[in-house]
Design a protein around this ligand. Structure first.
Ligand code: UD1
Length: 362
């Protein structure tokens, strides 16, 4: 069997790591196509080197642009690649513009498409990621769902016959890297200047269009983080830095200390060193959950609803609505004492994915 993975953005590289390792342990052929949606070394290269992912076989060099430009360029660039490779499966990951372009290109070429992380829904039609997920699920031939909840969403949309519960490959990589970090084998990682790694700190990220692209909303969120009584390590995505510059919003100040994004092992170590996480990232919400840290999510909804059980994760669409004290109490609440089940699987999802693809190959 020949499988062609299409990736382009940071969270897809994290998911690619366990998949590439699972393929490497078999006789199947695995081809990696990087669209180049993310091109900064901090968002791309360090994930290949840090997670031991083989270099991409093809790099499309797409770069940034409006949704139409980015998706359209990727579509056009994929045609000749897929025509030449003719894989048994095109595997697309998650919910980015690279995912949608990969799925569309493959169906147009009559190549079977599998969608990893199928069935996630925020039910928020304003989010670009939601359009990408829904459209990708409806055009893919095989839907690899990470959770029972995702299976229910697919069934509700009439897609049950194409859906298989595979588990969440992010558990595979997160737990493996956690064990390396705890064994003392992690490389040094740099927290923002002014953060003492041995004193309590909160770890924060902010990058979603809904939060970064509205100047008033961005200013409110930055002010809310800056006024917290605990130092906040903000690992700033290039999108956040670009928008803050454009709107004249100063990110550093008060409790807020700004640094660059971290490689994966550094991120896991930084979560383990923190007293809690504040974020709008899907992946980081789940990493906080898997690493036993309380999370506050700066969004009105989450796709990873399992993290909300027992207050491991709390949704805060608007910090000002909680009042100063309520906001502080929310983000600084201690980790719940309740244990969690394993709603995201047992850390062997990538092997399941390879097996399911082989079983369903034409
Ligand atoms: C994308 C995904 C999102 C994912 C996120 C992870 C879409 C629609 N969104 O969001 O689902 O959670 O990646 O990071 O696909 N930029 C750089 N350097 C880079 C990449 C981006 O400077 O390497 C800046 C550019 O200003 C660019 C902006 O970030 O215009 C947005 O990048 P884009 O790829 O459109 O979306 P992300 O916000 O990264």
């Amino acid at each position: 069997m020949k499988v062609l993975s299409i990736v382009g953005a940071r969270p897809q590289l994290v998911k690619l790591a366990p998949i590439a390792a699972a393929f490497a342990a078999t006789d199947h052929e695995h081809v990696i196509v990087h669209t180049g949606q993310h091109y900064d070394a901090d968002l791309s290269d360090v994930f290949f080197s840090g997670l031991g992912i083989p270099d991409p076989d093809v790099h499309l060099g797409i770069g940034s642009g409006s949704h139409g430009v980015q998706t359209g360029r990727t579509l056009a660039a994929l045609d000749p690649v897929l025509a030449e490779q003719r894989p048994d499966w095109v595997l697309v990951y998650g919910d980015t513009n690279s995912t949608l372009a990969g799925a569309l290109s493959a169906v147009k070429m009559h190549l079977p498409v599998a969608h990893l992380e199928a069935g996630l829904r925020s039910f928020n039609r304003q989010m670009p990621e939601e359009h990408n997920r829904v459209l990708t699920d409806h055009c893919a031939d095989l839907l690899l769902a990470p959770t029972e909840e995702a299976m229910r969403h697919l069934a509700a949309e009439g897609l049950a016959a194409r859906a298989v519960l595979a588990g969440d490959v992010m558990v595979d990589v997160c737990l493996r890297v956690r064990d390396t970090v705890l064994a003392g084998g992690q490389p040094r990682f740099e927290l923002p200047e002014g953060i003492d790694p041995d004193a309590p700190y909160l770890l924060a990220t902010l990058h979603r269009a809904e939060n970064t692209d509205d100047p008033r909303r961005l200013a409110t969120l930055v002010a809310a983080l800056a006024e917290l009584p605990v130092p906040v390590a903000l690992l700033a995505h290039p999108r956040l830095v670009a928008r803050a510059d454009e709107y004249g919003i100063k990110l550093a100040g008060g409790s807020l200390h700004v640094g660059r994004p971290l490689p994966y092992a550094g991120m896991v170590a930084a979560v383990l060193g923190s007293v809690g996480v504040v974020t709008d990232s899907g992946g980081l919400q789940k990493e906080a959950y898997l690493l036993d840290r309380p999370c506050t999510t700066l969004r009105p909804e989450t796709e990873w609803v399992e993290t909300l059980h027992d207050d491991w994760n709390r949704l805060v669409p608007d910090p000002t609505a909680l009042g100063g004290q309520g906001w502080v109490e929310t983000v600084t609440r201690p980790a719940p004492s309740a244990g969690r089940g394993t709603p995201y699987g047992d850390g062997r999802a990538a092997q399941n994915v390879v097996r399911i693809l082989a079983e369903h190959a034409r």
